[in-house]
Design a protein around this ligand. Structure first.
Ligand SMILES: [Fe+2]
Ligand SMILES: [Fe+2]
Length: 164
């Protein structure tokens, strides 16, 4: 089933963003590890694994529609942060950016009458609602706990359902 070249190219570009999110979350996880916060380390490692899945799901779709798969160059993730709040706020900002790109992809697929790609992208639209909700709440709790009480944030993250 043919998918227009411009749509395939846009999907490849977006696959790169999801791989970048994977790397960014690995980087945030490692920063929390260095800070001695094992629950946050695990939480962000799980987020990283999810982002890897988001990227490879696109890779498989592009393969299925005849490709070509072109993995773009990836930007290096941010490695150091001034505070837990800065790290979490950066992740929320990242997710908001990803959401805008997904909506633009849906608009592109719609403009091309590409029903298959529209349906494929619906999963991402819903997933982003969950991602933004999770990260917004984490930021709220981070601020409430404060940098000198990050063990409270550890408790909060430990209580989250292990679905992440
Ligand atoms: Fe994602
Ligand atoms: Fe995400």
């Amino acid at each position: 089933m043919p998918v227009e070249k411009s749509v395939v190219e846009a999907l490849n570009v977006h696959m790169g963003r999801e791989f970048e999110a994977h790397l960014q979350y690995l980087s945030v996880s490692s920063w929390f590890d260095a800070e001695g916060l094992p629950e946050l380390t695990k939480f962000f490692a799980a987020q990283a694994a999810e982002e890897h899945m988001h990227a490879t799901k696109i890779l498989t779709y592009v393969q299925d529609v005849g490709g070509p798969v072109v993995i773009p160059a990836l930007a290096a993730p941010k490695a150091s942060f001034e505070s837990a709040e800065e790290a979490v706020a950066g992740c929320l900002e990242w997710e908001e950016n990803i959401t805008a790109h997904i909506h633009a992809l849906v608009d592109l697929a719609t403009s091309k009458n590409d029903h298959a790609t529209q349906v494929f992208l619906q999963w991402y639209v819903t997933e982003q609602v969950e991602e933004i909700a999770t990260m917004s709440e984490l930021l709220q709790v981070t601020r409430r706990a404060g940098e000198s009480n990050l063990l409270l944030l550890e408790d909060y993250v430990a209580r989250l359902a292990p679905a992440a």
